[in-house]
Design a protein around this ligand. Sequence first.
Ligand SMILES: [Mg+2]
Length: 116
Amino acid sequence: MKTNNLEQLELSIKASLSKIQNEFEYYQKNFFMERSPEFFCLELNGEAGELANLEKKQWKGRDIEPERFSDEAADVFIALINYSNARGVDLESAVINKLNKIENIRQERAENGLTY
Ligand SMILES: [Mg+2]
């Protein structure tokens, strides 16, 4: 049985994620050069690396301006959407399916007194 929170999360995803993904696809196709899924996959990992590098620097004691984390997180998000569009991934159904798998595992572990 799903938690009420997961049901609300699914409703929010169904209300918005496909629209966001479709609007990104329109914007990308009409105003930028066409790129392959492989390109966007590399871009996604490059941006994730930039974000990880900021976290590493902060972890090691450097002061990092909060806007820099926001900027790199936005790059990761945009690259993920562009990758998904280029690869034909329906993020709405993919995310909902994955959340349900995670929830099933979480509940199974909770029944055995384990955290996820
Ligand atoms: Mg970046």
